[in-house]
Design a protein around this ligand. Structure first.
Ligand code: 4NP
Length: 162
């Protein structure tokens, strides 16, 4: 059996956007009966919330769309660049921070991209941080994640990825 495709979603705190990315993608992969083909995780560039469950506002918004939120926050580490095939940065600041983390990995093989590059139905360049805003921010996060994750999975199924 070929090695699974390993995906890591990264945001700042690992309690809103990236755990949602992880669980949206897991939901799609499970629906497509492809669980054995993927390993999916998430992490934060900051260590402030290590060990915490996803934010309750984010969890509620995801569960309203039938997406079950699981996970405990962890901080991204250099070795993630050797462990994962794809690393998805939620915004530009996450992307810049990840470039620095990658410097400390002796054998980085992961493809690092801005998540919004995957989106087909949205023009946004970043998944905006919803933490200090209202409920619409959490819905926007999910809109973008559902778009980009579905597009990634379709391309994976067609072997249409670099
Ligand atoms: P996330 O959102 O990066 O999507 O998990 C945030 C969570 C916590 C904080 C900022 C953003 N914070 O400042 O604690």
């Amino acid at each position: 059996m070929p090695a699974p495709t390993r995906l890591l979603f990264v945001c700042l705190g690992n309690i809103c956007r990236s755990p949602s990315g992880e669980n949206v993608m897991r939901h799609l992969v499970t629906d497509a009966d492809l669980e054995s083909e993927f390993e999916i995780d998430s992490a934060g560039t900051a260590g402030w919330h290590i060990g915490k469950s996803p934010d309750s506002r984010m969890t509620r918004a995801a569960e309203n769309r039938g997406i079950c939120m699981k996970g405990a926050a962890r901080q991204v580490e250099p070795e993630d660049f050797a462990r994962f095939d794809w690393i998805f940065a939620m915004d530009d600041s996450n992307y810049e921070d990840l470039l620095e983390v990658r410097e400390a990995c002796p054998n980085p093989t992961a493809r690092l991209i801005r998540f919004c590059e995957l989106c087909e139905e949205h023009e946004e360049k970043e998944v905006p941080d919803p933490y200090y805003g209202g409920p619409e921010g959490f819905e926007k996060v999910l809109d973008l994640l559902e778009d980009g994750c579905a597009a990634f999975l379709q391309r994976w199924e067609k072997k249409d990825l670099p």
